[in-house]
Every structure is written in C-alpha cells, then in structure tokens.
Design a protein around this ligand. Structure first.
Ligand SMILES: Cc1cc2nc3c(=O)[nH]c(=O)nc-3n(C[C@H](O)[C@H](O)[C@H](O)COP(=O)(O)O)c2cc1C
Length: 222
C-alpha cells in the first residue's frame, strides 16, 4: 500500500513539511505493508503545463501522459500507481504555492479527456488529501473564504481520482524562529509562540489521524 506526500513548501521541514511527515507517519503506523515517499517540489527543476497538447494527440506516443521532459516527468507515472496522495502546501496569496499549482497542472491535465463528461484517464482510483498551512488564524481563514477559494482544485482532483479529497487546515503558523529580527507588527510573537507550543502539536496529531484515515480508506477498497 503506497502513499506519496507532495511538499509544495520551499522550507522542506518547517510547518508544511512537518505536518506532511505526520500524515505519512500516521499512514505508515496503520499498516505493516505501507510504503511512504515524500517529494519536495522545490528540489526539482520543472515547469507547469506548457500547453503542447501532446497528451491529447490522437494516436500519439504521449496520449494520456505528460510529454514534457524535465525532473518532474519521470515521477508522474509512479504517483499515478500509488494508492494515496497527499498534496501539502503553504498558502501564498490565498492559494497553493506556484510550484504546487505547476505540479498539479502536469499531473492532472493529461488525465482529463475532452469528452462530454470530461472523463478521467487515471489508471486507478486514488485516495487523496489536501493539507494547507497558513499564517492567518482559523476565524480569519473562514472570513477570507480560503476553503471556498481552494475548492476548485480540490474538485478537479476528486473528479480525476474518483474520491473526494480529505482536507486539513493548519492555521496561525509560526513563520520564523526569532520574530524580533523581522518587521512584523500585525502578529504578536508571544501569541505565535503559544500557538506553536500548544496548538501545533494538536495539528500534528490531526495530521497523523488523517494519515490513518487515508490508510483505512485504501484498506476499504474492494
Ligand atoms: C510569499 C508568501 C505569501 C504568503 N501568503 C499568505 C496568505 O495569503 N495567507 C496566509 O495565511 N499566509 C500566507 N503566507 C504565510 C504562509 O502560508 C505560512 O507561514 C505557512 O505556514 C508557511 O509554510 P512553511 O513553514 O512550510 O514555509 C505567505 C507566505 C509567503 C512566503
């Protein structure tokens, strides 16, 4: 039973990377046969979809597959053979990071068929989860309608892989180690430090539970 964790943060082991690792650990703890792999997108050299349409060329050698040759290309078919996929991103300007968006363009666009149902060429159903980390507290996240803004990409992923994605929002993250060194008037360091000490461990526990839930989803497949 295999799960891929895609890290869309440039900081590989900070908020997003830590939460993602907890999801993968939760998955691994639930099953003896679990295989986990984390991919740090910022360590790869790649672009988003370049609109070559080779993935839609009838009878072409790349029909249904991304034809772009770069460091991401060889990873895409492996990800599609997994049982579960975690898409983890910090929020940048109310959205996933550009690197994560580029990754999802390359993963998803070749799979969508331009037929009347926009059917999917995904080789198998995948259980997925979106994990977001962000600076704003939860009440502001809701006021700013982040969940609604993030929903269209979640919906594409759900349609493509046949299961509605699970979601985890990690709010009010600690952005750097020493707030006194940075211009930062709107957030209180004391409050952020409290959040990091008291709330972040709870977020990590929720992430582990999410990993276990994904493992149960996969185990429940016929
Ligand atoms: C370029 C940039 C844009 C950001 N935009 C937002 C934003 O719109 N909303 C928000 O809540 N946090 C925003 N943040 C904060 C990050 O989402 C937050 O600190 C996140 O937890 C960082 O993840 P990391 O620790 O894995 O790098 C932004 C950070 C950066 C660097």
């Amino acid at each position: 039973m295999q799960i891929y964790g895609i890290n869309g943060s440039p900081r590989t082991s900070w908020n997003t990377g830590t939460i993602l690792q907890n999801v993968l650990d939760g998955f691994a703890e639930s099953r003896d046969d679990a295989l986990t792999e984390k991919i740090d997108l910022y360590s790869l050299s790649y672009k988003g979809c370049v609109s070559c349409f080779e993935c839609k060329r009838l009878g072409g050698p790349s029909y249904g597959r991304c034809a772009v040759k770069d460091q991401l290309g060889p990873l895409l078919p492996n990800i599609l053979q997994a049982d579960a996929l975690v898409i983890a991103s910090p929020i940048y300007f109310s959205d996933i990071t550009g690197m994560m968006r580029c990754f999802l363009e390359r993963l998803l666009f070749p799979l969508f068929v331009y037929d009347k149902d926009y059917s999917s060429l995904a080789p198998k159903k995948l259980h997925t989860a979106f994990v977001y980390t962000m600076n704003v507290p939860r009440d502001r996240m809701e006021r700013m309608q982040y969940p609604e803004r993030l929903a269209p990409m979640e919906s594409f992923v759900g349609r493509c892989f046949g299961h509605e994605p699970r979601k985890l929002y990690v709010c009010d993250t600690y952005q750097f180690k020493d707030y006194s060194k940075y211009k930062m008037e709107v957030f209180s360091e004391a409050e952020k430090a409290r959040q990091r000490e008291m709330e972040f461990p709870i977020d990590c526990r929720r992430a582990r539970e999410l990993g276990a839930a994904l493992a149960a989803d996969v185990a429940g497949e016929p």
